[in-house]
Design a protein around this ligand. Structure first.
Ligand code: ATP
Ligand code: MG
Length: 197
């Protein structure tokens, strides 16, 4: 069984994430893609962020209708900053504990993050644990991160202009976010008063 893993803060999850996961599932014949929202300790900046439980809820709502998609709490429930090496180990251990056969793992990430992977914690273990799928804009050429080519694939996706940063800014400015995020996510943003200044 081939399984994709998509880590991210998902603050909020948007159609760029969903299209990337869907394309990766199609291209690499993945039976499932597991979305793993990062733990709360991981702050990229100081602006307003949603609590982990609300990011988890938004991710569940956004993925609920797709039978290929699943959401895992491994990163949310593990204290401290999220490292991909831990995510992959915990997911693998969960399968083993459940008595399921070993899977072939694919870690899906933006090509920009892929270029920085050698700076991640235990990059050689990450590459050992999963094939890396870097999603790129059409025409993007990846700066060689010095990774084994056999373990890295690039995948062009059509919705790369969407970002969570832009969605948060839109909410703060009262601009529309419809068609950038699923309706259920927009409802949760409104209900919890997220991203307002
Ligand atoms: P932020 O703007 O806060 O950085 P983001 O939109 O980049 O958020 P993340 O949660 O940081 O979202 O991203 C999770 C993963 O999804 C990362 O690997 C990221 O590169 C990838 N990703 C983000 N936006 C897109 C998109 N529009 N298309 C494809 N992949 C994306
Ligand atoms: Mg990002």
């Amino acid at each position: 069984m081939r399984i994709g893993v998509m880590g991210g803060s998902f603050d909020p999850i948007h159609y760029g994430h969903l299209v990337a996961a869907s394309e990766a599932a199609h291209r690499f014949d993945l039976a499932r893609v597991i979305f793993c929202p990062t733990g709360q300790a991981w702050h990229k900046s100081t602006d307003r962020r949603a609590p982990a439980e609300v990011r988890y809820l938004m991710t569940v709502v956004a993925t609920a209708a797709d039978p290929r998609f699943d959401v895992s709490r491994v990163d949310i429930d593990r204290p401290g900053p999220t490292y991909t090496v831990d995510t992959l180990r915990d997911l693998r251990d969960e399968r083993a504990d459940a008595g399921l056969p070993a899977a072939e793992w694919f870690f899906i990430t933006g090509a920009d993050a892929l270029a920085e992977i050698l700076g991640w914690r235990d990059p050689e273990k990450v590459v050992e644990a999963a094939q890396l799928v870097g999603v790129t804009r059409p025409g993007h050429v990846l700066a060689d991160p010095g990774l084994p080519q056999a373990r890295v694939s690039l995948l062009e996706v059509p919705a790369l202009a969407i970002s969570s940063t832009d969605v948060r800014r839109r909410v703060a400015e009262g601009a529309p976010i419809s068609y950038l995020v699923p309706d259920g996510v927009a409802h949760l943003i409104a209900k919890h008063g997220l991203y307002r200044t």
